[in-house]
Design a protein around this ligand. Structure first.
Ligand SMILES: [Zn+2]
Length: 187
């Protein structure tokens, strides 16, 4: 199955999807282990919302199997402080740690901060998502010429990843790749 070479959305043939052509994202590429569908969606939900930390190694192994190059730095998609308190852990950080060990790449959990909580993106129409997330991230430090990989569990529209990538590139990153376990597919 072909996917968009930028956002990893399924396509009938290799290339770029219409959305990425019309409105290019700030990241360079998304590597997704699988589609967000049964049974992976159930495993991700039990990991994320019920704290089934044992699922992290299964999910991370699926993702690591798709990665062909080693980034200079891995960062987990940051959670806002309030969300982190509610959930008790950052699901992206556990995945990033395992993948960092497998790729022998450094993981920096303190580089990017989500400076404010945002309305859950899933409740918003596609166009409102970019506005909702704009300015929500702060990147501390310089990333001159680095290939940075951002790890997250699920990618939906990519608006959040694109906004973080915009900030990473402003801090000097040469390339930003998203590593996601599952990618949702629009009907
Ligand atoms: Zn695309």
């Amino acid at each position: 199955m072909a996917v968009c070479r930028s956002c990893a959305h399924p396509l009938p043939e290799p290339g770029l999807c219409g959305r990425c052509i019309a409105d290019p994202p700030h990241y360079d590429q998304v590597i997704a282990a699988c589609r967000y569908a049964y049974p992976l969606d159930t495993l991700i939900q039990s990991y994320k919302y019920r704290g089934r930390l044992a699922a992290a190694s299964t999910l991370a192994a699926l993702l690591a199997g798709r990665i062909r190059s080693r980034p200079d730095l891995i960062v987990p998609m940051p959670l806002a402080a309030q969300r982190l308190r509610e959930r008790g852990f950052n699901q992206a950080l556990e995945l990033a740690r395992i993948i960092g060990r497998q790729l022998n790449a450094p993981v920096d959990a303190g580089l990017c901060i989500k400076s404010r909580d945002t309305a859950p993106q899933t409740r918003l129409p596609w166009k409102a998502r970019r506005k909702n997330i704009r300015g929500a991230f702060v990147v501390l430090g310089s990333l001159e010429g680095c290939h940075v990989a951002v790890v997250d569990d699920v990618l939906t529209t990519g608006a959040t990843l694109s906004e973080l990538a915009r900030n990473l590139k402003r801090a000097g990153a040469a390339r930003v790749t998203g590593y996601v376990v599952a990618r949702t597919v629009s009907r």
